[in-house]
Design a protein around this ligand. Sequence first.
Ligand code: EPU
Length: 437
Amino acid sequence: MTPQISRVDPPTKQGPQESEERIIIRGGKPLNGEVTISGAKNSVLKMMAAALLAPGVSVLRNVPNLTDVHMMADVIRTLGAKVTIGKDEVIIDASDITDFEAPYELVSQLRASFVVLGPLVARCHQAKVSLPGGCAIGERRIDLHERGLKSLGAEIWCEHGYVHATTDKLVGTRIYLDRPSNGATENIMLAAVLAEGQTIIENAAQDPEIANLADFCNAMGAKITGAGTYQIVIDGVKLSEMHGATIDTIPDRLEAGTFLFAVMATTGEIVLKNCNPHHLYSVISKMQEMGAEVSIYSPDIIKVKSGKLIKPVDCTTLPYPGYPTDLQAPLMSVLAVAEGTSIITETIYENRFMQVGELRRMGADISLTGNAAVIKGVPKLTGAEVKSSDLRAAAALVIAGLGAEGITEVTGLRHMDRGYENLEDKFRGLGADIYRR
Ligand code: EPU
């Protein structure tokens, strides 16, 4: 038995190395079977913030059990909402908003919570929300959020690490975003729901999660059209016209993409249920170019079979409907063993190649030049101890480990638990040799 393989045996004594929770994978097992995709994290977090817009009780369904969901619940509880997290659903009673401050200790842990700014300023006419602070993957500015809310008539200033917003009333206007930021689109759209008159957001983010968010707002009494396209029109309504509502969270396209790449890394054939193929065209097209056989059974089933060989491809991350930055690292893990050289260009974040050093530890041949990664395919990766630095890097390392020869141990699991529900259980259900210790 090689020293590597002996690492899967339970440790006889606990040292500092063993104390950190880790996922242990014995790679090389083909994946086969069916997996059900959970609700989208990036949808549900924003809908939890949007629930603050309306007095009354809202119910979000198809909600994944993630640490981020629990953290967002804490944020909106701080503001006065009553939140109950049940199995697959979150119930929010936002009848009384008693505070308008989202503190640093919460917002710094969960950047998505910055999106309470829009609902707070719209409903309470004032907000004090901590600046989220640094992030491993890039600068993640908020200038477009600020400019958009200012255009609606809010006075905005930053002081002692907080964004303050105050207004007598918000008034609709036309707002052009320099880039289609998700967060800015969401904050402006949510604030505009209760503004006087019409707001038009040009060059809006077109992601399906924005459309889901608008559907929820509309169910609460808002008047939003065009969400999911580059132009969103919001006709402001009065607070008295808003009420709680029930909505289904859309399937998580990023979780679905993670499973699609995992089957390419390991070989096999899997069926994804409760996913939306329409949200994954850029990814499916890239996989087909790489040699995978992908069949779509509308409305919510994808079947994927890995090809015999993985063809190298070039890929540039772009705002939706372009190839998603969140699936850049998972793609890289597969291209690491392609039959030739691939280039991935990252255009969304300045620092989203954190997985590269770890993949190199597994034998990958990857070099970085500016915002491009040159990936020279090697015949195989070999298992190693690796540490994840962000959510999608964690997924990439698990995928690499599933395809690698020998044992891989992935640490830094707090990142993974923010965005993947029962990832190792789902992979085990597909035949992977994977567990958490
Ligand atoms: N940007 C600005 N100014 C702004 C806002 C954004 O320059 O005012 C820049 C950012 O610095 C970044 C780019 O625009 O370089 C994209 O930012 P965006 O606002 O679109 O991203 P986000 O809303 O902060 C969401 C997702 C991310 C996902 C991005 C891009 C959530 C909670 N997060 O972030 O998801 O990568 O959109 O699609 O919805 C993840 O799930 O792992 C994740 C990081």
